[in-house]
Write a new protein. Structure first.
Length: 123
């Protein structure tokens, strides 16, 4: 069974991006290989959902909309990125891709396709 570390490493190579382990034990996906705050180009997060035996990759819906890949996501979540639903205004709305461990390669390829498109729109 693939570990979170192995999954993130494989995902970042396929998407052609970098990653960094956060204090929250999630991995951030970023366009630029740096840890300078505010200059990382973070566009997504990866976490393991042990209860569901899956990995979840989340990103901003506004980036998905710009790159025309939001429809590929498994779900949309309001107020996802540390902003309340009331104050969201679309800025913190997220989209989530769920990839079951070792089972559905099609889900993985769908997430990679979307993230490759999204990374091009990250400043």
């Amino acid at each position: 069974m693939e570990s979170l570390d192995g999954f993130v490493d494989r995902l970042s190579k396929d998407v052609k991006c970098y990653y960094h382990l956060c204090k929250s034990k999630k991995y951030s996906l970023k366009k630029i290989d740096t840890n300078l705050r505010g200059r990382m180009g973070v566009f997504g997060w990866v976490e393991e959902k042990k209860r569901n035996n899956a990995f979840e990759v989340s990103t901003y819906k506004k980036l998905g909309d710009r790159s025309d890949v939001s429809h590929l996501a498994d779900r949309v979540v309001l107020g996802m990125h540390y902003v309340s639903k009331k104050k969201d205004g679309g800025e913190a709305t997220g989209i989530v891709f769920c990839i079951e461990k070792g089972i559905i390669e099609r889900d993985y390829q769908r997430a990679v396709q979307a993230l490759r498109a999204i990374v091009q729109f990250v400043a």
